[in-house]
Unconditional design. Structure first.
Length: 164
């Protein structure tokens, strides 16, 4: 009886063939992006009204700088929501964000598509991915074709890891 072959370098690398290599899509839906922008606008109007009424204090005790700092952080985040893109190709998945994130497909150990049925227009579906080393990342997509690729990737990875 022959002994099983043991790969001393770890499990075999996962390979995935995308239908449109290098396709880059928006990470968040238009509705979500507009909602983020609306929050910044409403916050700005609220802050302006507080300032105009003198409710933020005056001189050195002014709370204006804290409000401006908070508004700047909100605007910075909304800018990234508007510009964030997700790309999937033959070797990796990448998303531009506050800090870019990427994961090599050959290192994937687990992936799951998380979504709320009927609310894709508001809450961006996301791909939770984990590597063989335990590193994880979440990639968002508002594009229907990319979500189909994510679903196919999850299924093929599950089958591949079951066999290997």
């Amino acid at each position: 009886m022959s002994e099983p072959v043991v790969n001393l370098l770890g499990p075999a690398p996962f390979r995935f063939k995308t239908r449109e290599p290098g396709r880059s899509v928006r990470a968040f839906s238009l509705t979500f992006r507009l909602l983020g922008l609306a929050m910044v606008v409403v916050g700005s109007v609220w802050m302006f009204n507080l300032w105009k009424e003198g409710a933020l204090g005056s001189g050195e005790s002014s709370g204006l700088s804290w409000f401006v700092a908070g508004l700047a952080l909100m605007l910075f985040t909304v800018w990234h929501i508007w510009t964030s893109k997700t790309r999937l190709d033959e070797t990796l998945i990448h998303q531009s964000w506050l800090w870019d994130k990427q994961m090599e497909l050959r290192e994937l150990a687990y992936a799951k598509l998380i979504r709320i049925p009927g609310l894709d227009w508001l809450i961006a579906p996301r791909l939770y991915a984990r590597t063989l080393n335990g590193k994880f990342a979440v990639f968002y997509s508002a594009d229907r074709a990319m979500l189909e690729e994510f679903e196919r990737l999850v299924q093929e990875l599950r089958e591949f890891r079951t066999l290997h």
